[in-house]
Ligand binder design. Structure first.
Ligand SMILES: Cc1cc2nc3c(=O)[nH]c(=O)nc-3n(C[C@H](O)[C@H](O)[C@H](O)COP(=O)(O)O)c2cc1C
Length: 310
């Protein structure tokens, strides 16, 4: 194993840096910027049972250097098209670990899509999004109570042998019982956080900037929140005796130093989202800078710092 490699439920990643779902499509556009094979893994666009156009426009609100609000609403071509065309194309572009990000509007939706992915050898790990703030009747609703999150986890667990990571929402009062309920229901790991519910107003028009009114805030501004939540969950899981439930930390990561901080908080790997939209080269730049930061901090192997501050 090399000094930057990390392991997620038996799946080895050459480094911990993963473009987050929804900010990297299926790799095609990004492959014009650099060779994707430097990435630790890729989490592809949230996929649902049926194709979805997403929410009405406008669905993006800029927030200066601090991030952005999106209300894309899970626009995707549907699982059939993903399996038939997107995934084979992604595999041509990228030989590393592919994470399938799945969303649904009913427990049956999640079960159906994950059941199809189970026999897909190009997918190493399934990330189950129960935290999308931009769709009604589902998405985040499943991630805001321990019971609903556990129900989805159990349903998915029953149809796949692949590692299942539940992607949780920050829009809750206490995330720890939800994380523990997912672990109890058979989740192999967790991914946190999805976007933080937010809003911007166009003060000239006196109207919400986003057609859907509210959206998910992500990017630099949410880093202290995601770090806090990863740390709370890492500590909560340890205290409850779950020692083998890795966390993928996500939210506001932009630099190699952020990756180290997120891993010290308790993450075994790290996703980078909105930063890709500002600078398409950011994941490659982080990966190239990591060895230098490790040297500066006297870190021999990245794996050794996971949970150093948990
Ligand atoms: C435009 C956009 C689309 C997104 N789509 C998805 C999605 O389909 N599935 C998902 O689980 N998360 C989705 N997310 C959330 C990100 O994967 C990530 O959890 C969140 O943005 C926080 O990370 P960041 O601050 O690095 O962006 C999306 C985020 C953005 C900005």
């Amino acid at each position: 194993m090399n000094m930057m490699s990390v392991i997620l439920s038996g799946v080895e990643l050459a480094n911990p840096v993963i473009p987050a779902s929804g900010t990297f499509g299926f790799g095609e556009e990004m492959s014009g910027w650099y060779d994707l094979n430097c990435l630790g893994a890729i989490s592809f666009k949230g996929t649902t049972r049926e194709a979805r156009y997403g929410n009405p426009l406008p669905r993006i609100a800029e927030c200066g250097n601090y991030g952005m609000i999106n209300a894309v609403g899970l626009q995707n071509p549907g699982i059939e098209e993903v399996l038939k065309n997107q995934l084979p194309r992604l595999r041509e572009l990228y030989k590393g670990v592919i994470i399938a990000n799945v969303s649904g509007f009913s427990v049956e939706d999640y079960r159906y899509v994950c059941g199809l992915l189970d026999s897909e050898e190009r997918v190493s790990l399934i990330e189950v999004n129960v935290s999308c703030p931009n769709v009604h009747n589902g998405g985040m609703a499943f991630g805001t109570t321990a019971e609903a999150a556990a129900e989805v986890t159990r349903a998915v667990r029953a149809v796949t042998k692949k590692p299942v990571y539940m992607k949780l929402s920050p829009n809750v009062t206490d995330i720890v019982p939800i994380a523990c309920a997912c672990a109890d229901a058979g989740a192999d790991g967790l991914c946190l956080i999805n976007t933080v519910l937010g809003m911007r107003i166009d003060i000239r028009r006196r109207m919400p900037v986003i057609a859907n009114r509210y959206g998910g805030y992500s990017g630099k501004g949410i880093f202290p929140i995601s770090l806090r939540m990863v740390n709370q969950v890492a500590r909560g899981l340890l205290q409850a005796g779950y020692e083998q439930v890795p966390i993928i930390g996500c939210g506001g990561v932009e630099t190699a130093e952020d990756v180290i901080e997120m891993m010290m908080a308790g993450a075994s790997a790290v996703e980078v989202g909105a930063a890709n939209l500002r600078n398409p080269m950011v994941c490659k730049e982080i990966i190239e800078r990591l060895p230098e930061v490790m040297r500066e901090l006297g870190i021999a192997e990245l794996r050794e710092i996971v949970g150093a501050c948990a």
